[in-house]
Design a protein around this ligand. Structure first.
Ligand code: B12
Ligand code: SF4
Length: 487
């Protein structure tokens, strides 16, 4: 261990033997092209695993190679210097190859476990990948209790549900078996320890406006089934959808305020404001605790849910401190929205965005360009939809901003199944995500803040070719950037 390693490993005591390092792969190999932005969200999932393992007595740490701008080689060298007993990797589809490179480089003395969305979606393929040949456990779903059990005894995998590995003798995939799986697959989220922020590289953090902001997760799972989404209910059959009790969430908010001076929270749940019932229950608890008098927060929401909510409900969000809602708007084409199973249409979106901004709540809208089956006319409808929303919210108390993405297929999602069923693509083509530089080597200020999202499988999925889709994306991103600067 080198002295400088202390600054790259979060939460572990490097003076003692380390039981596990949980590694978040970088989005690109930064030894090839350096990082040009400093925006990242904390790796909450790995933080939860580390927090729970520590509560069971283990000395664990997190290496967030994305946040630290580390390349694959640097990450491997760091991990091997620390020489933990176990290395845990969270697998996401676009960073899979980088995680595999890290797994390959890790010393054979360390056992390797993997988990995360990509592990859930393609377990058999991962266990067949020679780069993951020696792994001790692939954990499907929420990992807290099973990770701690593995750290205590690697052989416990035989009695853990939805844990998989390759039998070294037969080469067959082996599974753990448990009589009572529920406590492992859906741990009681009100009983889990609060996420120990020592495991996160930059959370809480000071925002551009001088607030101290912390990221939170108040629920797990999403009941909707949007065709492109890794969180879609049909992509996560083993997940039990549940929300933490409002009191439990409020206690964590207050604890962060007193320990770190946090005054602003970001709920990164798949869907925080997920139903009218949930919104009412959270807002009445927030009112009773005077959350709005003390804090500001922003969260994910859903257009159809907010469309059904009365104006008084939107007002209660604002009064209770909500200053921005992130909404999946996706497209300006009603046909395409139906094809995505979004349960919304462009008129509903316009109505909801206008009501929110009039109530003083900002809206961040996410859009997808280049969706499978999208026609050129539909692509233009989406561009026009964005411009229309900008226009309608120019002089309102709340603001609207657009965040636009190129479509990328994720395994396990309904759209992935549909694409594979066309017979036109192979899984490896659809997984061949390549980083694309829209920042002009970091020089283009307007494109810099979203550089981490600029990667593509370079396949034309709709009527517009990839270059046209990207042109529209850059136009909208520039315009959004200029609008924000003008504001
Ligand atoms: C916050 C968030 C981020 C943050 C932090 C990401 C991170 N690495 O944790 C940021 C903004 C950085 C991010 C980036 C990206 N994200 Co993201 N993100 C989320 C979001 C909204 C919440 C994640 C979260 O904290 N959940 C709460 C915790 C408790 O759950 P969790 O993270 O799943 O972790 C649990 C289990 O999965 C498991 N587990 C996780 N890791 C491991 C590792 C081991 C060893 C084990 C045993 C278990 C295990 O145990 C954890 C605790 O229960 C999810 C949506 C979702 N459904 O999770 C998308 C999501 C995970 N992201 C996704 C994607 C695609 C990305 C990006 C590739 C986006 C992009 N650039 O285009 C990058 C990848 C960055 C990277 N290298 O990690 C997809 C994944 C789809 C897929 N099949 O791969 C999701 C599902 C979004 C979606 N709806 O499609 N993301
Ligand atoms: S896009 Fe949002 S609402 Fe749809 S499945 Fe994903 S998390 Fe749920």
């Amino acid at each position: 261990v080198e002295t400088s390693d202390e600054g790259l490993v979060d939460g572990a005591d490097l003076a003692r033997p380390v039981d596990a390092l949980f590694v978040n792969a970088p989005l690109r190999d930064y030894s090839v092209r350096g990082r040009v932005n400093d925006f990242t969200l904390p790796v909450l999932g790995l933080g939860y695993l580390a927090t729970y393992a520590a509560s069971q007595g283990f000395n664990v740490g997190v290496v967030d190679a994305e946040a630290r701008g580390l390349g694959v080689r640097e990450t491997v060298d760091l991990v091997n210097r620390v020489a933990p007993r176990w290395v845990g990797l969270n697998l996401l589809a676009p960073t899979y190859a980088l995680s595999a490179g890290i797994a390959e480089g890790v010393s054979e003395r360390a056992r390797v476990m993997v988990g995360g969305h990509h592990a859930n979606a393609m377990p058999a393929e991962i266990l067949a990948d020679p780069r993951f040949a020696g792994i001790s456990a692939l954990v499907v779903g929420e990992g807290e209790t099973r990770v701690a059990a593995l750290l205590a005894d690697a052989e416990s995998r035989r009695s853990l549900p939805r844990v998989m590995w390759r039998d070294p003798v037969t080469g067959e995939i082996a599974f753990g078996h448990a009589a009572n799986a529920a406590p492992h697959l859906a741990p009681d989220i009100d009983a889990l320890p609060f996420l120990d922020r020592a495991y996160l590289s930059d959370d809480p953090h000071v925002t551009g406006t001088g607030d101290v902001e912390a990221n939170m997760v108040a629920s797990r799972g999403c009941p909707y089934d949007c065709a492109f989404c890794g969180a879609a209910v049909s992509s996560n059959p083993g997940t039990t959808i549940r929300a933490r009790q409002p009191f439990n969430v409020i206690t964590e908010m207050e604890a962060l305020a007193s320990s770190h001076g946090v005054n602003r929270f970001r709920f990164v749940d798949d869907l925080f404001l997920g139903s009218g019932r949930l919104i009412r229950s959270y807002m009445s608890a927030f009112s009773a605790a005077d959350i709005g008098g003390r804090f500001r927060w922003h969260a994910t929401g859903r257009i159809n849910v907010l469309d059904r909510a009365a104006d008084s409900v939107l007002d209660s969000l604002r009064r209770n401190g909500c200053d921005e809602v992130a909404l999946g708007i996706e497209s300006g084409s009603a046909r395409l929205l139906k094809h995505m199973d979004k349960r919304i249409d462009p008129e509903m979106t316009t109505r909801t965005v206008e009501r929110l901004v009039r109530a003083g709540i900002n809206v961040k809208g996410y859009f997808i360009l280049g969706y499978p089956t999208e026609t050129l006319a539909e692509l233009d409808e989406t561009v026009a939809h964005v411009r229309e929303l900008w226009r309608r919210t120019e002089n309102t108390p709340g603001r609207f901003r657009a965040s636009v993405f190129e479509f990328r297929p994720y395994p396990g999602t309904p759209e992935w199944t549909r694409l594979m069923a066309t017979g036109k693509f192979t899984a490896s083509q659809l997984l061949d995500y390549a980083a694309i530089d829209l920042t002009d080597g970091g020089l283009d200020e307007a494109m810099r803040e979203r550089d981490e999202f600029n990667f593509s499988v370079n396949i034309q999925f709709g009527e517009a070719d990839v270059a046209t889709v990207r042109e529209r994306l850059v136009d909208l991103a520039r315009e959004q950037h200029d609008r924000r600067n003008a504001a």
